[in-house]
Design a protein around this ligand. Structure first.
Ligand code: SF4
Length: 253
């Protein structure tokens, strides 16, 4: 199947079945989402949703968070990954919002990336979720699922995957496609054992085509049979070699 066809099926399926897919992080405004996304690096959304309500309550504005110390913030986030760094990032981010951006979360990708704790992925999430920009944030789920489906091809880095996705996706679908891929990766296309048998999009998935179709199963069976044959042959040769060695030892004696 051609890549353009996979894209067509991908968009058709998800825009029908998950037309309003959105982030599972809880937030009430751009500032709160920024806090949640910074915290979510290498951590689950579920855990972040547990810790953020207290932060949002006690530090409702960039000014209030900018006035806190990293040590204070650490107490709120010690159950998430990398709490030391993240508490410094949150306070630094709030200070920069106040000092440079008049307390507002910027919409421009390059300005967002200047904020402590904000890399390309986080900046893309804010741009697409808050400002509805056609920005594609590539996290581990997006990277893996896009590659398995065949939306990306030999993309070695998140940036390469992002470029390929942006090249093929119609602009108006980009911000939804990000969530489609994440949610699919979280619940169906799991990292270690993708649930291909129950996957509703397996009929246009490249990975499925390569591993589950009749031709792929025949290839796998042939490879298995060849491996067994080679092992048998090796065992036989080992036995002969042992026998020859034994005979030569007996002769020497
Ligand atoms: S068929 Fe399997 S590999 Fe393909 S998207 Fe579905 S779960 Fe993932």
């Amino acid at each position: 199947m051609l890549r353009a066809e996979r894209y067509r099926h991908f968009i058709a399926y998800f825009s029908t079945h998950q037309p309003d897919a959105q982030t599972e992080l809880h937030y009430g405004n751009a500032f709160q989402l920024l806090i949640a996304v910074i915290l979510s690096a290498q951590c689950t959304d579920k855990r972040i949703n547990i810790v953020t309500p207290a932060i949002f309550r006690d530090f409702p504005t960039p000014e209030s968070l900018a006035g806190a110390t990293p040590g204070e913030i650490f107490e709120y986030i010690k159950s998430v990954s990398y709490p030391n760094n993240k508490s410094k990032h949150l306070v630094g981010m709030a200070k920069m919002l106040v000092d440079v951006f008049h307390g507002e979360v910027p919409s421009d990708l390059n300005e967002l990336k200047k904020l402590p704790g904000v890399g390309r992925k986080t900046a893309n999430v804010i741009a697409s979720v808050v400002y509805e920009a056609p920005a594609m944030a590539v996290d581990t789920h997006v990277f893996r699922v896009a590659n398995r489906i065949g939306l990306t091809n030999k993309a070695k880095t998140p940036l390469a995957a992002e470029k390929q996705l942006l090249e093929y996706l119609p602009k108006e679908t980009v911000r939804f496609a990000h969530h489609w891929l994440i949610l699919h990766g979280r619940y169906i296309c799991l990292a270690r054992s993708p649930r291909c048998e129950i996957c509703p999009i397996n009929w246009f998935c490249r990975y499925y085509e390569q591993t589950h179709t009749e031709a792929a199963l025949k290839r796998a069976e042939a490879a298995k049979a060849k491996k067994a044959k080679d092992q048998k042959k090796k065992k036989k040769l080992d036995t002969i070699a042992k026998e020859l060695k034994k005979r030569s030892v007996e002769k020497d004696i």
